[in-house]
Design a protein around this ligand. Sequence first.
Ligand SMILES: [Zn+2]
Length: 154
Amino acid sequence: MNHKTKKKGFQPSRMRCPYCGAPVVYRSAEGIYKTNHLDTMLYVCSKYPKCDAYVRVHEGTKIPMGSLANKELRNLRRTAHLYFDQLYLTGLMTKDAAYQWLSDLLCTPPSEAHIGHLGEYYCKEVIAASKKLLEQRKQKQHRRPVVCEGGAAS
Ligand SMILES: [Zn+2]
């Protein structure tokens, strides 16, 4: 069964900056990004640039990729995504399996397992756990990788 748990009725106008509580504005990334060839739209803290918190939208929508993040958290999320993506880009697991792994790691349903929603703690967890898996793979590169360790079938 595919349980859709996506929340409807998202109201960006009621979003508040998680760092300073100021209202959030929907605007172009111009003046924030060095270049904005793709006409990226952002949700930005209304106190920007004093408060450097923003988040991109999913392309072609007004839906934010996650919660607003300051520079440090944006970098952490980017790094977490890089390592996480390696899990399926290297063929260590399928993309679906990688997202399942992520949702297990975060203890949330797969529909909510998004790096864009993570805070610092979980970004670091994802980076560390992904690194570990990738290193294990490197070590047993010449052996056939065995999947399914302790996998409880659904
Ligand atoms: Zn703010």
